[in-house]
Every structure is written in structure tokens, then in C-alpha cells.
Design a protein around this ligand. Structure first.
Ligand code: SAM
Length: 215
């Protein structure tokens, strides 16, 4: 799947005002389970800055703003950002901001302690998912919590969970990429055969073992 970013952003802007009604319904138990677990695993401290990439209408960002020091939500869709801003105003939370930003260029240059992303990375083809994870590592968060479509086994074309708009990676590819850019994957939570959450923590020490190629 390689939909131009502008078309994808427009598609989300067109459904932005109905997005919460559809996604908070009981018809989306997998999405809701993934969102709740992601919020729990992000576990920000009161002085942490959290960056939520593909924030949409701000479900995760607003929940984390209850506990974090500051939360920054970024998305490519103006319509989704508008919804998130209106919810932030209604909530009275003053430590959360929303604006345009892309996975590989989040338009934020402050310090970031925790990066979260829920059901958004799958919109990128695998090569761009790698680039996005590299860009996240460059922000040097101590934790990255990724909830998304991800295959725990081989993708079964006869039984797709999502009919369109999803380019789920395998858990192996995501774990390899996170490890390559310097994270240690500390939790792999399976929500469904095709949906999960990965928790990656920053690895600061050099590995004890060196492969022959490194020597
Ligand atoms: C299915 S929604 C999920 C929104 C929110 N995270 C949630 O859990 O409700 C996916 C969101 O990702 C955004 N998105 C897609 N590609 C993106 C990209 N390359 N960079 C930033 N956001 C992106 C879309 O605009 C949309 O708002």
C-alpha cells in the first residue's frame, strides 16, 4: 500500500467528526483493548514529555495528559487535529498540544521522554516504517510504545482483520528494526493474531557480545 500522504490525510479529515463515535463503540473491541493497554504501558511520570505520533482525535494523548508533564500530539490530517484540539479545550487540560507532524518529521524539536503511537504506523509501507522508527530513535526517548496491526504468524489472505488501508508488518520485522536502532524490546503483548503492542526501552550500554563482523 503506497497511498500519497495528502490523500490519506484527506481521507481521515473526511471522517474526523465521526471517528470517535465509530471507534468508541462496542464493535471495535480489538482497537479499544489495544488503546487501553497502550495507555497503561506508556506509564508516564509527572515530568515526562510524551509525543503521540498519528494521534488522530487525541484518544491516547488526552488520556496520558492526565499523568504526564506535557503531551504533544502530531498527525498529518487537519480534520483529526481539529477534533483533538476541540476535545483538549473541552477537557480543560492545559498540558497537551496538537499540530501537524509526520512520523519521519514530527515537527517537534523539544526533548521527548516517551513516544507512543496507536494504530497509525501501519499506514506506511515497511521501508517507511523502518525510516519512521529510525526517526523516533533519533528523538532519544527512553521508551517507545507501539500499538498497531502486526502479524504474530504468517498473514492469512483468507482471513484479513482489516479490509483496506492496512499494511501490517510482522512482529519480527518490527522487533528487528527497534533493536537495530538501539532499543531493547521489553514487552510484546498480543491483543489478537494481527494486533499487538511492543514496548521498547532505550539501550545505552554497549552489548557485551560482539559478532565476528564487529571485531
Ligand atoms: C486509525 S487512526 C488512529 C488515531 C489514534 N492514534 C487512535 O488510536 O485513535 C490513524 C491516524 O494516523 C494518521 N497518520 C497516517 N499516516 C501518518 C503519518 N505518516 N504520519 C503521521 N500521522 C499519520 C492518520 O491521519 C490518522 O489520524
Amino acid at each position: 500500500m503506497d497511498e500519497p500522504l495528502e490523500d490519506l490525510a484527506d481521507r481521515f479529515s473526511q471522517i474526523a467528526d465521526q471517528y470517535d463515535d465509530v471507534h468508541s463503540s462496542e464493535e471495535k473491541p480489538i482497537y479499544n483493548a489495544c488503546a487501553s493497554l497502550g495507555i497503561e504501558l506508556a506509564d508516564p511520570r509527572p515530568d515526562d514529555v510524551v509525543l503521540d505520533l498519528g494521534t488522530g482525535t487525541g484518544l491516547i494523548a488526552l488520556a496520558l495528559a492526565e499523568d504526564a508533564g506535557h503531551v504533544v500530539g502530531r498527525d498529518i490530517s487537519d480534520g483529526m487535529v481539529e477534533q483533538a484540539r476541540s476535545k483538549a479545550a473541552d477537557s480543560g487540560l492545559e498540558n497537551v498540544e496538537f499540530g501537524y507532524g509526520e512520523f519521519r518529521d514530527p515537527h517537534y524539536d523539544g526533548d521527548v521522554d516517551i513516544v507512543v503511537s496507536n494504530f497509525a504506523l501501519h499506514h506506511l509501507p515497511d521501508e517507511q516504517k523502518r525510516e519512521a522508527i529510525e526517526a523516533i530513535a533519533e528523538l532519544t526517548p527512553h521508551r517507545f510504545v507501539l500499538g498497531d496491526a502486526m502479524f504474530f504468524g504468517s498473514p492469512d489472505p483468507e482471513e484479513p482483520l482489516f479490509d483496506h488501508g492496512v499494511d501490517g508488518a510482522t512482529v519480527g520485522m518490527l522487533v528487528d528494526t527497534l533493536t537495530d536502532v538501539g532499543f531493547v524490546v521489553t514487552a510484546v503483548e498480543r491483543v489478537h493474531d494481527q494486533v499487538g503492542i511492543l514496548v521498547a526501552e532505550r539501550r545505552d550500554e554497549e552489548p557485551v557480545y560482539e559478532s565476528e563482523e564487529d571485531q
